[in-house]
Design a protein around this ligand. Structure first.
Ligand SMILES: [Zn+2]
Length: 306
């Protein structure tokens, strides 16, 4: 079953539960302790006879693993790359940014001000894998498939064949714009193709409402579009941020439907990632500058969702 939060915008992630006979598997925790506890309370009637014995973190972003300490008796599983990446952005760093009184704190709270990072202890996976891991959960088969680096360094999707369901983590954003922090985009497109080839009816994204293969196709189309446009602007010698603004402007003028998606400013990160994959010498801006650019693109036109 899926646990879907709010509108799926920044930090409002989804999670899932695979109920087996006598034990169950949780797919992801949430961004803070309060939200994760609220979810565990909602699952309580279901897990009374089938306790959560394992937890999969689909990737290293805090909105998918910062609640881990509330299920620390479970086996916590992720890809090796994701487990490593979790140590790079500890919760204390976000708590400090949230409390920062300067311009950076203000920018941070614009995106993440609804969450509380106090008291979060980094709780790392106890078991890691590379490529693929098949699990048995109370008599049911569950396939963990590493499809990253794409959104992050070690993205994993969770396929439950008997439920014809896939939990995609942040390999899918529905209603919001995908953000390709690591890439290359080709890995993410390949992950979409993998899901399109699966025998599934239900697709649970990392953010936004539950969908089916049509949602996968939309994300694939967006990524292909950005990759092809950014390759052209790169060939023309345009700077990455200028290119993002120009591609965004043209999409708006031409009425391309992707401009109606939330968090449209993520195009600046996505174009930059295409540039990095085309040119290993390309220097990406730091994460604060990436957030500044996203905010700038989203405030530069009334047509862009906030
Ligand atoms: Zn997320």
């Amino acid at each position: 079953m899926a646990y879907v939060q709010s509108d799926g915008s920044w930090g409002w992630s989804n999670a899932g539960l695979v109920l087996g006979d006598g034990s169950s598997l949780l797919v992801d925790t949430l961004f803070d302790l309060r939200l994760t506890q609220r979810m565990l309370d909602a699952f309580q009637p279901f897990v009374r006879t089938a306790p959560i014995r394992s937890l999969v973190n689909t990737h290293a972003n805090g909105d998918h693993c910062y609640g881990n300490q509330l299920v620390k008796d479970a086996d916590i599983i992720s890809s090796t790359a994701a487990a490593h990446e979790m140590t790079e952005v500890p919760p204390a760093m976000l708590a400090a940014l949230n409390a920062d009184s300067g311009e950076v704190g203000e920018l941070f709270r614009r995106f993440f001000g609804s969450f509380s990072f106090e008291g979060i202890e980094l709780t790392l996976p106890t078991r890691t894998f590379d490529g693929r891991l098949d699990l048995e959960v109370g008599g049911r088969m569950v396939e963990l498939i590493e499809v990253g680096p794409a959104h992050t360094k070690g993205d994993v999707i969770v396929h439950v064949p008997d439920a014809r369901t896939v939990f995609t983590g942040d390999i899918l954003f529905i209603g919001g714009t995908p953000i390709v922090w690591v890439g290359p985009l080709s890995n993410w497109i390949a992950a979409c193709d993998l899901m399109l080839g699966m025998d599934v009816d239900t697709v649970v994204p990392g953010h936004g409402p539950v969908t089916d293969k049509r949602g996968v196709t939309q994300v694939r189309d967006y990524l292909s579009y950005i990759e092809s446009e950014a390759t052209k602007t790169h060939e023309a010698g345009l700077d990455a941020f200028d290119a993002a603004r120009e591609i965004a402007r043209l999409m708006d003028v031409q009425g391309v439907s992707f401009t109606q998606w939330g968090e449209f400013g993520r195009i600046s990160v996505n174009v930059d990632t295409v540039y990095r994959s085309l040119d290993p010498e390309h220097r990406s801006p730091d994460v604060v500058e990436q957030f500044r650019r996203m905010a700038e693109i989203e405030s530069s036109s009334g047509a862009f969702g906030a």
